[in-house]
Design a protein around this ligand. Structure first.
Ligand code: PLP
Length: 427
C-alpha cells in the first residue's frame, strides 16, 4: 500500500474513531480495564489475547500516539515510554544483559552518554564509544563476539553532527546486530532512518514532537526488518528467541513475529520497570504532533536564516549547522535529510567563555533554559551549565569548547530572533 504523506499522518494518524466516538483522541485516564470473566483476564496475562488490563503495560491513549509515531517512521510496532532516557534504556536493555556489550557513537546526548557509560556498566553491560566519522574498518574493530547492538543519533545533541546511517547499518549488519538510532532532532518529518537501514528508532518526544515544552516522554519504534530468529542471529538474542520463564515458556519471536521486540519490551520491561508515559502526557504529545510537519519547516528555515546571519558576523568565531552550506556535515544532511535538519545549532564567539556568558545575559527574549527543540528560542552554555564540572581542557576533549553556545531556534519570526542576537552582540 502507498504510504500516506507525513502531514496527513501527523494530523490523522493513530486514533481512528468509529461511529459516534470522539473525533479527538480521548485521554483514557484509567489505570484498569474491565472484563466479564476471569478467563478473559487470564488470557491477557498469558499474552494469548491482545487487550488492556493495566496502564503500566498498555493504555489506549498511549497506543494511539505510538501508532501515529510508528506510521510516521514507517515501522511495524511502537511503544511510548515516560521519557527519552527510558526509551534509550529499554531499547538497549531489551537485547543486552549482564556480560553483553554494544558499540555507540561518541557524539550523543550527555544524558544518554551517562546512562550508557555509567549506569549500564553497573548492570554489567559494557559500551565502546567510537568516532562516528572514522573509517568503517576502524569502527569495526570495536565489535566483539558479545556485541549486541550499534547505537547513534541521526543529528547529535549538541554536537550537530549527522550520522552516516548507511555506513552504520552496514557495520551493524555485518556483525549480526541491529542498528538503533535516536531520531529525536530531525524527527521523522526530516529523516526516516529505516529507509537507510536502521532497525530500531528511539525518540525523546519531549523535544519537537511535543514541541511546546509541556510533557516529558519517549518512544521506541521497530522497523520489523531485523530477523532475530535467523540462524545467524538467534543465539545472540536468547531473550527473544528462547522461552521466557516469566510468561510460561513463551518465545517472543515465535509468538509475535515482527512484533517480538516491542512486545517483549512491553511485556517484560514495562511490567518490571514501569517507565510508562502518562495518558495525559501522551495526549499532549499527540496534539503537538498534529502540527509537527508545519513546525519543523519553520524551525529549519529560521535556523538556516540565523546560521547565515551568525556566519556573517565578525564577533562569531564559528557556526555548526548541518543545514548550512560549507558545514562539515552538509553533504550527509543533504543525503539523509533533504527537507531540512532541525532548529538546533551551535556557535562560538571570539573571546571565549566570558564573551559567551556576557552575550547570553544580554539577550532579551531568546531565553536561557535547559531545554531544546520547542517553539520558543532558547540558549544554553554547556561550559557554565550542563558541563560546568569540566575543565577547559576536558571540555575540548568532549567536543564542547568553552565558548560553545547551543542555540535552539524557535518558530517566532526569524527577523526578531536575529534582531535579539544582533543587539546582544552589539552590547
Ligand atoms: C533530550 C534527549 C534525550 C533524553 O530525553 P528526555 O525526554 O529528556 O529523557 C535523548 N536523546 C536526545 C537526542 C535528546 O535530545
Amino acid at each position: 500500500m502507498e504510504r500516506r504523506k507525513k502531514g496527513t499522518i501527523c494530523v490523522q494518524g493513530g486514533w481512528q474513531p468509529s461511529k459516534g466516538e470522539p473525533r479527538v483522541l480521548p485521554i483514557y485516564q484509567s489505570t484498569t480495564f474491565k472484563y466479564d470473566t476471569s478467563e478473559q483476564m487470564a488470557d491477557l496475562f498469558d499474552l494469548k489475547e491482545a487487550g488492556y488490563f493495566y496502564t503500566r503495560l498498555q493504555n489506549p491513549t498511549n497506543d494511539a500516539v505510538a501508532a501515529k509515531i510508528c506510521e510516521l517512521e514507517g515501522g511495524v510496532a511502537a511503544m511510548l515510554t515516560s521519557s527519552g532516557q527510558a526509551a534509550n534504556f529499554y531499547a538497549i536493555f531489551n537485547i543486552c544483559s549482564a556480560g553483553d556489550h554494544f558499540v555507540c557513537a561518541s557524539a550523543i546526548y550527555g544524558g544518554t552518554y551517562n546512562l550508557f557509560a555509567v549506569t549500564l556498566k553497573k548492570l554489567g553491560i559494557e559500551v565502546t564509544f567510537v568516532d562516528q566519522d572514522a573509517p568503517e574498518e576502524e569502527i569495526a574493530r570495536a565489535f566483539r563476539p558479545n556485541t549486541k547492538a550499534l547505537f547513534g543519533e541521526t543529528i547529535a545533541n549538541p554536537a550537530c553532527s549527522v550520522l552516516d546511517i548507511e555506513k552504520f547499518a552496514r557495520l551493524a549488519h555485518s556483525h549480526g546486530v541491529p542498528l538503533i538510532v535516536d531520531n529525536t532532532f530531525p524527527t521523522p518529518i526530516n529523516c526516516c532512518p529505516f529507509e537507510w537501514g536502521a532497525d530500531i528508532v528511539t525518540h525523546s518526544t519531549t523535544k519537537y514532537m511535543d514541541g511546546h515544552a509541556t510533557a516529558v516522554g519517549g518512544a521506541i519504534v521497530d522497523s520489523g526488518n531485523f530477523d532475530w530468529a535467523a540462524p545467524e542471529h538467534a543465539a545472540r538474542f536468547p531473550g527473544l528467541t528462547t522461552p521466557d520463564e516469566s510468561y510460561h515458556g513463551l518465545t517472543y519471536t515465535e509468538a509475535f513475529g515482527k512484533g517480538a521486540y516491542i512486545t517483549k519490551a512491553t511485556a517484560q520491561l514495562m511490567r518490571d520497570l514501569g517507565a510508562i508515559q502518562s495518558p495525559q502526557n501522551a495526549f499532549l504529545v499527540n496534539v503537538g504532533i498534529e502540527t509537527l510537519h508545519l513546525r519543523m519547516e519553520r524551525h529549519c528555515s529560521n535556523a538556516l536564516a540565523v546560521a547565515e546571519f551568525l556566519a556573517g558576523r565578525p564577533e562569531v568565531a564559528w557556526v555548526h549547522y548541518p543545514g548550512l552550506e560549507g558545514d562539515k556535515y552538509h553533504a550527509l544532511a543533504q543525503k539523509y535529510m533533504l527537507g531540512g535538519t532541525c532548529g538546533v545549532l551551535t556557535f562560538g564567539l571570539h573571546g571565549g567563555r566570558d564573551r559567551s556568558v556576557a552575550f547570553m545575559d544580554s539577550l532579551k527574549f531568546v531565553a536561557i533554559v535547559t531545554h531544546v527543540a520547542d517553539a520558543r528560542s532558547c540558549v544554553l552554555h554547556p561550559a557554565s551549565h550542563t558541563h560546568r564540572q569540566l575543565s577547559d581542557e576536558q571540555l575540548r576533549e568532549a567536543g564542547v569548547p568553552p565558548e560553545l553556545i547551543r542555540l535552539s531556534v524557535g518558530i517566532e519570526d526569524a527577523a526578531d530572533i536575529i534582531d535579539d542576537l544582533r543587539q546582544a552582540m552589539e552590547r
